[in-house]
Design a protein around this ligand. Structure first.
Ligand code: ADP
Ligand code: MG
Length: 356
């Protein structure tokens, strides 16, 4: 089964929430919708679920029309499994009853066997007779996931399903959810505002900013060739700077970046080709994104100072202050300089991208 969104646009009053969204999610594929708060992520999911009327465009399941502005079946008539952030389980039913709710068409024996097997698959054997309020948030979310999957939906829609779970557990839940969803081979669309979560869960990521799809690609595509400031900063972790072309360098507020260290993504997409002096017009303004682990610091009389430093296991993160700019630079444990050291930033091995 493939779910296809074709030209979905949506307004609340005269405020545009979604502009011309196009997306295919195939069998067994997990697509994360990533974007800042208010970017239209939940609206897209609610439209697919039938919780919000579809105003413009169409949604298809394989080649069959599921919804358009004329055909708009209610949620219960859509073959869709939903998991939202909270309040997802029936509070007065046990875990087993909650899951069995989706198995009403099966015999009691079949249903019991299925519930047992499903609970085991997410490490919750023994919880069948418990009530939702006696489970942790993470356990409740796992039950919600298998309850939604129990109906064998054609599509799974998850809206920030782990938002109320604390970080270490969230990582484990993601892992488990990904395996469970992959095993079910259902197309899945999951909303998150957390770039790390999207990188961890998704086969592909659709990035929404103010209702516009700014990029759709694998986590690697987005990391290598970010489009726009949001992806460049959040997914690729780039330090964004504006500079001016002067000879064979681009002058930025933190120093001069050699042009041969710069990749122009608009031309090269995934290619790692550096550009040459002359490819950029003298005096032109360019937006650069620098990969922080490719910058080096060297002790000098300035102009910058290490204002803070954090130990992150494999490396140190140095916070370097230069005027009113703060730059994050990852250094190896061997090269780490103490806080208060005056430094110069060395661009000899920098990887810099021009992004639009
Ligand atoms: P996200 O899930 O990305 O945080 P939403 O899809 O919930 O964003 O909302 C997108 C935009 O639409 C926001 O500006 C939000 O305020 C607005 N919005 C969402 N639902 C409604 C509604 N029912 N009525 C009016 N405006 C809404
Ligand atoms: Mg939302």
């Amino acid at each position: 089964m493939t779910i296809t969104f074709r030209g979905i646009s949506h307004k609340f009053g005269d405020q545009t929430a979604l502009s011309d969204i196009n997306l295919d999610v195939k069998n067994g594929e997990i697509v994360c919708i990533l974007g800042p708060s208010g970017s239209g992520k939940s609206t897209l999911l609610r439209i697919a679920a039938g919780l919000e009327p579809l105003q413009k465009g169409a949604i298809l399941l394989d080649d069959q029309l599921m919804a358009d502005p004329v055909t708009n079946p209610p949620p219960e008539q859509r073959p869709i499994g939903l998991v939202f952030q909270d309040h997802v389980l029936f509070p007065h039913q046990t875990v087993a009853e909650n899951i069995a709710f989706g198995l009403r068409n099966q015999s009691k024996d079949q249903s019991e066997a299925m519930v047992k097997q499903q609970l085991a698959s997410v490490d919750l054997s023994g919880m069948a007779q418990r009530y939702p309020h006696t489970l942790s948030g993470g356990q409740q979310q796992r039950v919600a996931l298998i309850r939604a999957l129990a109906t064998q939906p054609s599509v799974m829609l998850l809206d920030e399903p782990f938002a109320s779970v604390d970080t270490p557990l969230r990582r484990k839940l993601r892992e488990q959810a990904r395996l469970t969803l992959k095993a079910a081979n259902t197309p899945t669309l999951m909303v998150t505002h957390d770039p790390e979560e999207a990188m961890d869960m998704a086969d592909r990521i659709l990035v929404l900013v103010e209702g516009v799809a700014v990029q759709l690609g694998t986590p690697e595509d987005l990391w290598r060739s970010p489009k726009g400031a949001f992806v460049a900063q959040t997914i690729a972790g780039l330090q964004l700077l504006t500079g001016k072309v002067q000879g064979d360098k681009v002058q930025t507020p933190i120093g001069a970046v050699p042009i041969h260290r710069i990749t122009n993504l608009e031309e090269g997409a995934l290619s790692r080709n550096a550009i040459k002096a002359g490819d950029l017009k003298e005096g032109a303004t360019v937006n650069l994104g620098l990969r922080p682990h490719t910058l080096r610091l060297q002790s000098a009389s300035g102009p910058a100072v290490i204002s803070d430093r954090r130990f992150l296991g494999q490396h140190y993160l140095a916070l370097v202050t230069l005027g009113d700019l703060q730059i994050r630079i990852e250094t190896s444990r061997e090269e780490a300089l103490p806080i208060g050291t005056f430094v110069e930033i060395n661009f000899a091995s920098v990887e810099a991208l021009i992004y639009s």
